[in-house]
Design a protein around this ligand. Structure first.
Ligand code: F0G
Length: 482
């Protein structure tokens, strides 16, 4: 797993950093956890930080910064227009991606808003390896339609396919043949494909997609938010690149893209975002939207401190020993859970460990939100907050009928460099215990269901008194342990 071997032969992810600033954590007793999740309407988004021990909701904006990032924030050059800090970031982006133009935004979805407004028209189609929630929402808002052209294997949760994030080239060709290239707004490839478990695509696949785009004069847009994980997996799993540098792999991906955008809440371990391109035409089309929605062209909604931190963060992303930390911890967690028979998405991807709630809770109907129930149960037994990625995260159709999700997952994100191995072991321990007691877990039902983005604000209740039964069993087995 790591390139540092242990005499014991064990695969242990070794932290290649030391902790210099810490934040005290609180693990409330299980009685409080039962109360807290009830107050939160069994929606982990609504839990308060003070009630959480390990926050595995997301990696977004909560990756640990390096000492160099923190230090850079102190020397940020503040001005509304033309700050030296922006120039530094612009130069770093050009150095890494080889792109001449950089448009700053306040975060990733802001890039999606602008790209959709510029390129998506009513009736147009956007093929992609898989959608992300905000991407799809912006494309739909502009009258476009997302077409997912993933491999069959992408939805196979237990697999050994190295690149489940690949585009199915036959499906892409068929889609173009059926609709005509003029209906395609652009082709989107998402690095470290989020919603199928942080699964990467290969550079060979990206080259094939590029070829199709060239044949039909189509734009290829790369969502590089989870690029760091994808870079790691290309180096680890794509034979041709095992000796390539991360910098060279990055440049090859960038050269295959017409436009790259990213959430700097993920890429670069800071906050913010941006759009990069070598096309003057694309730059000119998008520029006015930056000033309209984000801010002036030299900050785009970001503070100068954030921009300094992104500059260093992007540089640090080119370090293999830095970007392998996340995937190695995720692989450890995934493999340990597999050893105990807990159903998880394999192969381990980036972003986090993904638990398969359908197999964990086969007795909970999809209409009773098994992934939501499992996320609530994981919080109850461990104070560990994960994110539901299943039917709750979908929206009802226009007739009010539930859209059942293709997968019921609980994402346990591992923000980069945040947790120690003993904390990860603790989470594994509690989840294994929960799996052994899974029959106690029941379903959820909506009490207050917002029409839009219900997974953020919605409140639910339980279909039986299962949280209390779970807590009673916990007390029986763990005594007065927290
Ligand atoms: N693209 C991908 C692949 C993402 O994972 C995200 C965010 C975005 C775009 C939007 O970026 O949040 O900066 O506006 N993912 C977060 C997550 C929210 O928790 O996975 P943003």
């Amino acid at each position: 797993m790591t390139n540092i071997k242990f005499h014991s032969g064990e695969n242990i992810p070794l932290e290649m950093h030391k902790v210099r600033i810490v934040q005290k954590l609180n693990l409330p007793p299980i009685e409080r956890r039962v109360e807290a999740i009830q107050e939160a309407g069994y929606n982990t988004f609504l839990l308060k930080n003070e009630d959480i021990f390990m926050d595995m909701l997301t990696d977004s904006g909560v990756n640990a910064m390096s000492d160099r990032q923190q230090a850079s924030m102190l020397e940020a050059d503040d001005s509304y227009a033309g700050s030296a800090t922006f120039t530094k970031l612009e130069n770093k982006v050009e150095e890494i991606f080889g792109t001449k133009y950089f448009l700053p935004t306040h975060q990733g979805r802001a890039c999606e808003n602008i790209l959709a407004q510029v390129y998506v028209t009513p009736g147009s189609i956007v093929p992609m390896n898989y959608h992300f929630t905000t991407t799809k929402a912006h494309i739909s808002l502009n009258g476009g339609q997302v077409e997912e052209i993933f491999l069959e294997e992408a939805l196979n949760l237990t697999s050994d396919v190295a690149f489940k994030g690949n585009v199915d080239i036959d499906k892409l060709n068929a889609l173009i043949a059926e609709n005509g290239a003029e209906k395609i707004a652009f082709v989107r490839m998402e690095a470290g494909t989020n919603l199928i478990g942080g699964q990467p695509f290969s550079l060979a696949n990206m080259r094939d997609v590029r070829k199709v785009c060239d044949e039909h004069n189509l734009l290829l847009i790369l969502d590089a938010s989870l690029l760091a994980d994808n870079l790691h997996f290309i180096k680890e799993r794509e034979e041709q690149y095992q000796y390539a540098t991360i910098r060279d792999i990055t440049r090859e991906m960038a050269d295959l893209s017409d436009i790259i955008y990213f959430s700097a809440r993920k890429l670069g371990c800071a906050r913010g975002g941006g759009i990069c391109t070598n096309s003057e035409d694309a730059y000119m089309k998008m520029r006015e939207y930056i000033t309209l929605y984000e801010g002036f062209l030299t900050y785009g909604g970001m503070s100068v401190r954030e921009m300094e931190a992104i500059t260093i963060g992007l540089e640090e992303t080119m370090d293999e020993q830095m970007i392998n930390q996340g995937p190695q911890f995720i692989a450890y967690m995934t493999e340990e859970l597999v050893k105990h028979g807990v159903p998880v998405v394999t192969p381990a991807g980036g972003l986090g460990c993904h638990v398969n709630a359908s197999d964990f809770l086969p007795h909970v109907e999809q209409s009773a939100y098994p992934a939501g129930a499992l996320a609530a149960a994981i919080y109850i037994v461990g104070g560990v907050r994960g994110m539901e990625r299943g039917t709750l995260s979908e929206q009802r159709d226009e007739n009010g009928v539930e859209t059942l999700s293709a997968m019921e997952l609980v994402r346990l994100a591992l923000p980069r460099r945040v947790f120690t191995l003993s904390q990860v072991k603790y989470a594994i321990d509690r989840i294994v215990w929960l799996y052994e007691n899974r029959d106690l877990i029941g379903g959820l039902e909506f009490v207050d269901e917002p029409k839009v983005l219900r997974f953020f604000f919605g409140k639910l209740g339980t279909t039986s008194a299962w949280p209390q039964l779970l807590a009673d069993k916990f007390r029986e087995d763990f005594g007065d342990s927290l």
